[in-house]
Design a protein around this ligand. Structure first.
Ligand SMILES: Cc1cc2nc3c(=O)[nH]c(=O)nc-3n(C[C@H](O)[C@H](O)[C@H](O)COP(=O)(O)OP(=O)(O)OC[C@H]3O[C@@H](n4cnc5c(N)ncnc54)[C@H](O)[C@@H]3O)c2cc1C
Length: 428
């Protein structure tokens, strides 16, 4: 049985193949192609949508890990390496990918393949850091992706081939100071917050007036104070208390839905009476990492930056007018325009809005409402998260879809790598 992280996507593939190297990937793909079977590359199962769902053969890439080489401003890693392993390994070399995410469980190929992003107003997602890719095509041939196909393959949805190696741009790892505090919704949405830092995001709880902001900037004191045991302990305690408050609130709100508005107001107060600096000064990958304390389902939309404020306000109002018991906050992040043909931030500076629902519950009412509101603001869904789109909406939103399809026809003409969800969003 295959299952994703949230447990919401499950399938019973006929077989699972877990190759140890690229030769194993090629053999598995060739075998499937010869037998007329579909084979779906799967990463860490972090996607909430059925994008990775293997319906015939699952190609588990979790053994294809580790550094191929590192030098100058580039690193090349095997595709199944998790972001956590990548970050730790790079840190040993004093390096970090130029656009870290705060989630560490995905594989490198899964993360770039869906456009996984953090919240950098000036730099793009992990896909934008890709400078080279090695893939196995639908006939089982390995090749280095040519430069003129890189913008198709950097956000490839697992539709063009099996990625075996990824080359990424890296920078000397910065030391970041992370701030965390309560903001009014106006302050949270203002350019001073969202554009005024290296990283900036906020959470807006339905039924609560204020928002919780988080931001990060290069530390003036480049010596990571959190290296000391006391600092590390302090940081963990602050974070755990905050995560437990929010996580506990979600669980309590699920049991007693009518308490949700009150719980959300209490959770917002966690930010204190105004902006405070959380005592976190640490290497970037440790300062930003967030560890989930509960499991959830998620839908996230990429909007033109100018639409962010109106869309967030409209969604918060719509949730409260309908009286939906939404215990998770809206998560609001930003990113620069992307070149990836199918990246949701393609061609425009972006504001991201995510909604969450407890795993195992019924996310439909919230997700349907959010997708109606956010799509009407010219939103495009995150590929790895719940959305109702079919190829008709995708074709309207992505001007380079036909070019992407042409690359797909070249590398997987017999659709060895497809699954029903991919047929729905890209066409057969
Ligand atoms: C707790 C949690 C937090 C998250 N936080 C964020 C966040 O902050 N920002 C964000 O943008 N997303 C976030 N996500 C979503 C998630 O990171 C992405 O959906 C990502 O794709 C997951 O990577 P994965 O390795 O789990 O890939 P999977 O979900 O296993 O696969 C995703 C896609 O990649 C393809 N794929 C995987 N490996 C290969 C390969 N070797 N070759 C070709 N195709 C491949 C699959 O076929 C599929 O199409 C979060 C998810 C979770 C569970």
């Amino acid at each position: 049985m295959w299952s994703n992280w949230s447990g919401g996507q499950r399938s019973q593939p006929r077989a699972t193949v877990r190759p140890l190297d690229e030769a194993g990937v090629r053999a598995a793909v060739r075998r499937s192609a010869e037998r007329g079977q579909r084979i779906r590359p799967v990463g860490a199962g972090g996607s909430f949508s059925p994008l990775a769902l293997p319906d015939e053969i699952a190609l588990d890439l979790s053994a294809l890990t580790g550094l191929v080489r590192v030098g100058g401003d580039r690193v090349r890693v095997r595709a199944g390496t998790t972001l956590s392993e990548l970050n730790t390994t790079l840190a040993e070399h004093g390096l970090a990918v130029a656009a870290l995410t705060d989630v560490e469980l995905p594989s490198v190929a899964g993360a770039i393949g869906t456009g996984t992003h953090g919240s950098y107003p000036r730099s793009g997602s992990l896909s934008a850091q890709v400078s080279g890719l090695r893939m196995v095509s639908g006939s089982g041939a390995a090749f280095e992706v040519p430069a003129d196909e890189l913008d198709a393959a950097r956000t490839g949805l697992g539709a063009l081939g099996v990625v075996t190696e990824v080359e990424l741009r890296v920078v000397p790892e910065p030391v970041l100071q992370v701030g965390y505090g309560r903001l009014t919704l106006d302050e949270a949405l203002a350019d001073e917050h969202l554009d005024g830092h290296e990283w900036a995001e906020f959470s807006a709880f339905p039924y609560a007036e204020d928002a919780l902001g988080r931001w990060a900037d290069p530390a003036a004191d480049s010596e990571p104070r959190a290296r000391s045991a006391m600092r590390t302990l302090e940081r963990r305690l602050v974070r755990s208390a905050r995560d437990i408050t929010v996580g506990g609130g979600v669980v309590l709100g699920r049991t007693v839905p009518k308490l949700v508005p009150r719980i959300n107001r209490v959770a917002t107060r966690w930010g204190g009476s105004g902006p405070v600096i959380e005592p976190v000064v640490d290497f970037a990958h440790r300062a930003l990492a967030v560890r989930p304390v509960v499991r959830w389902e998620e839908s996230e939309w990429a909007l033109p930056r100018a639409a962010l404020g109106p869309a967030v306000r409209e969604l918060l109002t719509a949730i409260s007018e309908r009286g939906l018991d939404v215990g998770f906050p809206l998560e609001v992040r930003v990113g620069a325009a992307e070149t990836g043909w199918l990246h949701p931030a393609q061609g425009r500076d972006t504001g991201w809005v995510a909604v969450h629902a407890p795993a195992g519950g019924d996310p439909e009412p919230l997700f349907t409402l959010a997708s109606a509101v956010l799509a009407a603001h010219d939103g495009r869904p995150h590929w790895g998260k719940w959305h109702p789109w079919t190829v008709a909406e995708v074709a309207r939103a992505y001007p380079r879809l036909d070019d992407f399809r042409a690359v797909r026809d070249r590398h997987d003409p017999r659709r060895v790598f497809t699954n029903p969800h991919l047929d729905t969003v890209l066409g057969p």
